[in-house]
Design a protein around this ligand. Structure first.
Ligand SMILES: O=P(O)(O)OC[C@H]1O[C@H](O[C@H]2O[C@H](CO)[C@@H](O)[C@H](O)[C@H]2O)[C@H](O)[C@@H](O)[C@@H]1O
Length: 266
């Protein structure tokens, strides 16, 4: 684990000129501690307070989540920042506008929904696998099922059927997502969010595989001269993918570490 000094060093370029920096944060496992039921996730008040101070000081602040953008905004409960939802395919800007959903993704919504309705059967219900409907993405969660191994096995059978049906699958923290077979990535969503902004530095904080795409997206913006620097922070837990640890510039310990990072930004 990097030392506090290393984190302070990593934050230096971001803090140098907050008005020219973006702060981009994942939600589940980053701002909100992981809980058994997705509907029960929440951002602790102390973290929210630190996030409000960051939102008031930095050029761009956004949450970048696998949740739908409106769900992300409800969980974080802050209207003055942007939300990149559904792993990059939705954009919800601060203020009164609606959600912009990627058109290519939207075109698959009916097919994904039909597949999910056909395959969320009595067997999955008996195993206490929970379905989450995210418009063009269908998620199956097995965290907290009485027999998690049996539930995961049943979910793997659905994943094979989804691939056979020409859909894409993605594995997260005890969750399978059935997705349209088109590019969906947090990196792409971030590029869409930042394209209108002239910034020097962007910091991203996340805990899961999809957050590696965000790291990659920011590093590509640096390669293309759109940013001077990207700072990629991994959130460590007993479920952290090894690849995220390898790709991160620095690690913080769980959502409490993220709160500390936010406090250090102002
Ligand atoms: O990109 P994120 O904001 O990290 O969202 C990723 C997924 O988070 C949720 O699932 C995860 O968190 C749940 C609540 O703690 C937990 O029960 C589940 O096991 C985790 O996979 C959310 O339900 C998904 O839609 C998001 O894609």
């Amino acid at each position: 684990m990097p030392s506090a000094a290393t984190l302070a060093e990593a934050l230096e370029p971001v803090r140098a000129d907050p008005s020219r920096s973006a702060i981009l944060l994942d939600i589940d496992g980053t701002l909100a501690p992981i809980v058994r039921h997705a509907d029960d996730a929440h951002v602790p008040e102390s973290t929210r307070t630190a996030l409000i101070a960051v939102a008031n000081a930095y050029g761009v602040v956004a949450c970048v989540s696998g949740r739908q953008a409106t769900t992300a905004r409800r969980i974080v409960s802050l209207g003055s920042i942007a939300y990149v939802g559904a792993h990059g395919s939705e954009l919800l800007l601060p203020g009164g506008g609606g959600v912009e959903l990627d058109r290519e993704v939207a075109a698959w919504e009916d097919r994904v929904k039909r597949f999910a309705a056909q395959h969320y059967d009595d067997d999955l219900r008996r195993l206490r696998v929970r379905a989450e409907d995210k418009q063009a993405i269908a998620a199956l969660h097995w965290r907290g099922a009485p027999d998690e191994d049996a539930a995961e096995d049943a979910v793997r059978t659905v994943a094979a059927a989804a691939e056979h049906a020409g859909l894409a699958v993605h594995w997260g923290r005890k969750v399978l997502e059935i997705r349209p077979p088109v590019e969906i990535s947090k990196g792409r969503g971030i590029k869409r969010l930042l394209r209108e902004h002239d910034l020097d530095v962007a910091l991203y904080v996340g805990d899961d595989r999809t957050d590696i795409d965000a790291f990659t997206g920011l590093r590509e913006l640096v390669e293309h001269g759109r940013l001077r620097q990207a700072v990629c922070v991994g959130v460590a837990s007993d479920e952290t993918p090894a690849e995220l640890r390898e790709q991160a510039d620095v690690l913080v310990e769980g959502p409490p570490g993220v709160r500390g990072l936010l406090e250090a930004l102002t």
